[in-house]
Design a binder for this molecule. Sequence first.
Ligand code: SF4
Length: 330
Amino acid sequence: MRPTGMLHIGHYYGTLLNWLKFQSEYDCFYSIVDWHALTTKYEESHQIKQNVFEVLLDWLSVGINPEIATVYLQSAIPEIAVLHLLLSMITPQNWVEREPTLKDMIKMLAKDETQALMRATYGLIGYPVLMTADILMFKGNLVPVGKDQESHLEFARDVARKFNSLYKVDYFPEPMPKFTQTPLIKGVDGQKMGKSFDNDIKIADTDADTVSKITKAITDRTRQTKNQPGHTDLCEVPYPLYKILVDENSLGKVKEECESAKIGCLDCKKQLAGVLNDTFREIRHKRSELAKKPDEVLKILDHGNKAASKIARQTLSDVESIMGFSVFSK
Ligand code: SF4
């Protein structure tokens, strides 16, 4: 996960809940990929350190357990950078250029196409290879992704296959996608929830922040007054959020009250903010307690870094030896 700021409830329902499940089913590696943050945020490099801490707090407070999963920081494992370099030597340039997500990332750098191309760096163009190094370093068999990220895994598989065939080995496994259910969580403006769109509800938000943000959420645009019945199927943000947060009975009650005009949108949204605050109360409390002990939190990361380093050193040594390239370092 790129450390670009505090995480929001879209990350929680879309990613972290799956990770919580996986950590007790698989041998999981969860990485804060700070070099990937640099690929687009190189002008704000001084913020990345704080963002790493915020992401770590979010992970730990929701229940990511460093006792059973390896939690580490990408830049603490320099072997990943070396593997990235070695893999970049065998990866054809046109494989990188055809990556659809790369084009999207370049577009996001600036509204104007020429400016966006000026801002796209060598590091950004090579990010699919860096991501491949992240996966292959730990011989990842399965990578949790949404359908829209499937091309990432195809790329990593192609590179793994090329390495194995070029050097006549069966060393890297071909990583397969572990498709996850990722409900689309809309931001309060009805667009996809995102940190940079100023439309998100953060895991760490206070109760008051949550109420204030939710009361601005777009509802049923056809409903003009409180006395007019609402349409839950046209309700853009609150009703879809209720669907994720409450059980069927409570959802039925919201639907009935909305469609019979027993409740106005403002009250309905205040009620929803209450549900959100109740859902995240314990997590937020844990987060604020952890934030008071930064040294302890960073020690947890250090522990994971050491475990990841051990594996990374072995992988890199194997790779150099397979490539016959270890003559100067041995
Ligand atoms: Fe949406 Fe609630 Fe308004 Fe109905 S009453 S349109 S569910 S906000």
